[in-house]
Design a protein around this ligand. Structure first.
Ligand SMILES: [Zn+2]
Length: 304
């Protein structure tokens, strides 16, 4: 075990083990090495399957010293590496996958990543600018800022219209040969089926299109929930019981979505960072950890 569990952080050990309720961790992409270090630094807290943690929570049983591990977005390399690690270690893990992305889509925030990496620093018009007299221009930072904010609440058509405008700009300028190669490749259905044979690996719904549910009407939300649930169940032969709200922020999640999630799932998770206290099972908090977190930081962040 890491040095953190040898008394240096005995106070933290006490807090993790005894005084507080359990928690759900969320990662997006990180290497197996960092993942192992982060999980081991949480010892003596113990990872258990998400389904079991949610069950204990909803039944009012103690979740002290327990946590569930989740990975969002279904990026191929991450799911492969983390699955291999969890198979070796016997650790339970849940992957929340947006099913349209697995079917070879690309998600808006991935386009934004490419714009951030490759659009030259300059001033640009916004698409559909109707004011020909005084064209309103934004610099690159302003464009990135505007789009990052919009992802959390706006409709996909609107986002893609603006994102594609700048992606086309990068193509026109011939900055990179093939933009498609820049998007992270998703895990494939055949691999999802293969990994689903391991009882400690679980694939759950992150919607279909990864649109913020607040941008969708009730029919669209229901469609996303059911479509993703069915296709994952078909490919895994396992129950899909949990939903992960895309973007996970309070402004991205409508009350209607929470009600609909309760119709089709046993739980739904957000990215609101906290432990499981009196949390609504359809609005569960998660603690997000990133590659840059040292084991110490990962340890301290769970106290938020
Ligand atoms: Zn996501």
């Amino acid at each position: 075990m890491s040095s953190f569990s040898n008394g240096l952080f005995s106070l933290a050990d006490n807090l993790i083990g005894k005084l507080f309720g359990g928690f759900i961790i969320c990662w997006h992409d990180l290497s197996s090495d960092i993942f192992i270090k982060q999980v081991e630094s949480l010892y003596p807290a113990k990872p258990i399957p998400l389904k079991e943690l949610v069950k204990r929570h909803t039944m009012g049983l103690s979740t002290q010293g327990l946590f569930a591990m989740t990975f969002d977005d279904g990026v191929g390399e991450t799911v492969r590496n983390i699955s291999q690690t969890c198979i070796k270690k016997g650790w339970p893990v849940t992957f929340y996958i947006p099913t349209d992305y697995i079917d070879n889509g690309v998600m808006p925030f991935q386009k934004l990543g490419v714009i951030n990496d490759f659009l030259p620093n300059d001033e640009y018009l916004l698409p559909n600018n109707t004011n020909k007299e005084v064209p309103y221009k934004l610099n690159k930072d302003q464009i990135i800022e505007l789009l990052s904010r919009s992802l959390y609440t706006e409709r996909l058509e609107f986002l893609n219209h603006i994102l594609n405008f700048y992606i086309d700009k990068i193509s026109e300028l011939k900055i990179i040969d093939n933009i498609e190669d820049q998007y992270p490749k998703p895990i494939e259905w055949a691999e999802i089926s293969k990994y689903s044979k391991y009882s400690n690996l679980s694939f759950q719904s992150h919607g279909a299109s990864h649109a913020a549910v607040v941008s969708l009407n009730n029919n669209e939300i229901e469609n996303e929930m059911l479509r993703s649930k069915n296709i994952i169940q078909e490919n895994t032969n396992r129950d899909v019981h949990s939903f992960c709200y895309p973007y996970g922020a309070s402004q991205s999640i409508s009350k209607e979505a929470r009600i609909l999630a309760s119709k089709y799932f046993d739980s739904a998770v957000t990215l609101l960072p906290a432990r499981l206290r009196n949390s609504n099972p359809y609005y569960l908090p998660r603690i997000d950890l990133y590659e840059k977190n040292s084991t110490l930081v990962s340890r301290l962040k769970v106290f938020r």
